[in-house]
Write a protein that binds this ligand. Structure first.
Ligand code: NAD
Ligand code: HSO
Ligand code: ZN
Length: 441
């Protein structure tokens, strides 16, 4: 027996509608104190603290302070232990992800002649060091390794390092090591959770501190990022996975149910809604869900049941497609699937979604692994202001200006006027006779 949450938008009060878009991640209060204590432990204890925390929180009995960084030999052994078809799939995914992200590389520099003899533009350079967080609490994520490492390498980051929790043997998941090497990242640290964020921000004897950390994680990771946001750039907010499946009357509800389970299986803190104006689609989905759940790994089915029977997932019946689309935009999902035979009909109406997957052959699963776009995406309504992880997240922009003798007089006169109005005498002096006296004509 599976209880699925069902909501009828037409009958909901504004407060109930607002409750529908809430995510588990919104309440970090349970995690902030614990994360703060872990950060302090790493600040004072360095490598020894990472080992202690890895042994207690990750049950990594085999973890040693001398081996916090994975060696080349460990990576070689990983290639021997990972099945050939998994390595081939990682290669296939990396090739597509690389192709996609190369399109995002900005011009290294552009300059425009703003006024005759006065030039201005932008220059892009890589961030010098970035930490890539790869989760491993409820499963291993070579795919997150691919999604974070490839754009870092394409951007030209000279020091990119992966941080991922150690397993019980003290080692890194083998496919994660394979994906790291194939993507071109050669530093992998065996630490996860809040302690990884602390190590990346503060450094330890072994871990070199980074300027930025990217990658999704559990609330422990999210809480530590929040606490260290003035020490390290924490990038886009990527917490528990979430999806909205928007289905019209042209598809089978069983298909919508199948795709609803993709992100619902990540963990009990995920969010997953099917929204449709079709009572038929809803009935078919409700009928299919128990059958689909029976086909799942039991632990994953337990997560999905918790999500779809709780306050953060289930089925939303809308009045019509406009009502359903309004729900999507208010929700601002991480992943959105438009399940329809005519998905482009609705695309123009969608304004808030980090990833929009169109039609009946583009399930979230394909995009999570191999399609090419980045699957590290903003959660918890972050899609209202952030986009997916991209090459420019690993770069920073400087503006560049160059005023020549031809352009100077006109600019200097306007500058003097504005500087005088604002009462800045040095600003005005810098573009007056005092400067002219120094200039070579
Ligand atoms: N937004 C995205 O792009 C994206 C992609 C993949 C996964 N995800 C999400 O990332 C999350 C990954 O979480 P996860 O748990 O699998 O892995 P994780 O590595 O983020 O978290 C596990 C770590 O949390 C720490 N931890 C666990 N219990 C703790 C406790 N009681 N006290 C202190 N620290 C503790 C441990 O250090 C452990 O190593 C999931 O919510 C998943 O939905 C998001
Ligand atoms: N759905 C995740 C992003 O929310 C990405 C992922 C990786 N593996 C499985 N799923
Ligand atoms: Zn997923």
């Amino acid at each position: 027996m599976t209880d699925i949450t069902v909501k009828h938008l037409a009958t909901l009060s504004p407060a109930d509608r607002a409750a529908l878009v809430r995510r588990s991640e919104a309440d970090l209060s349970r995690f902030l104190d614990g994360a703060a204590a872990i950060i302090e432990e790493v600040r004072t204890g360095g490598d020894a603290a990472l080992v202690r925390l890895g042994r207690t929180l990750d049950h990594a009995e085999g973890l040693e302070a001398s081996a916090l960084r994975a060696t080349e030999a460990e990576v070689d052994r990983a290639f021997d232990s990972v099945p050939a078809e998994v390595i081939a799939a990682i290669e296939y995914g990396i090739a597509n992800i690389r192709d996609f992200h190369r399109e995002q590389v900005p011009e290294p520099m552009w300059l425009k002649e703003i006024r005759p003899g006065a030039f201005a533009g932008d220059r892009w350079t890589p961030i010098t060091s970035v930490a890539l967080y790869v989760p491993r609490g409820k499963g291993a994520f070579p795919s997150v390794t691919m999604m974070t490492a490839v754009p870092a390498v394409v951007a030209g980051v000279p020091e990119a390092a992966i941080f991922t929790p150690p397993g019980p043997d003290g080692g890194v998941d083998a496919a994660t090591l394979v994906a790291a090497r194939l993507a071109g990242v050669h530093t992998v640290y065996k630490c996860g959770g809040a302690q990884a964020v602390a190590a990346a921000a503060l450094g330890t004897e072994t871990v070199r501190p980074a300027r930025k950390i990217v990658g999704p994680g559990s609330p422990w990771v999210v809480a530590a990022k929040r606490l260290l946001a003035d020490v390290i750039d924490t990038g886009l907010p990527a917490g528990p996975s979430e999806v909205v499946i928007l289905a019209d009357d042209t598809v089978h509800g069983g298909l919508a149910a199948l795709d609803l389970l993709i992100e619902a299986e990540h963990g009990p803190d995920s969010s997953a809604w099917l929204v449709t104006p079709s009572e038929r689609v809803m009935a078919e989905a409700l009928e299919a869900l128990p059958r689909h759940l029976a086909q799942m790994d039991p632990q994953r089915a337990g997560f999905a049941r918790a999500v779809l029977g709780g306050p953060a997932g289930g089925i939303v019946l809308a009045r019509d497609m406009a009502d359903a689309i309004a729900f999507v935009n208010a929700y601002a999902p991480e992943h959105l699937e438009i399940l329809s035979e005519t998905p482009f009909e609705y695309l123009g109406e969608i304004t808030e979604a980090a990833e929009i997957l169109l039609g009946t052959r583009t399930p979230n699963a394909i995009a999570n692994y191999v399609l090419g776009p980045n699957a590290v995406l903003p959660t918890s309504r972050g899609a209202a202001t952030y986009g997916p992880l991209s090459v420019t997240d690993f770069m920073k922009r400087s503006s560049v200006g160059y005023v020549t003798a031809k352009g100077y007089d006109e600019m200097a006169a306007r500058t003097r006027t504005l500087a005088a109005y604002e009462g800045f005498s040095s600003h005005a002096n810098a573009v007056g006779p005092m400067r002219t006296a120094y200039l070579k004509r």
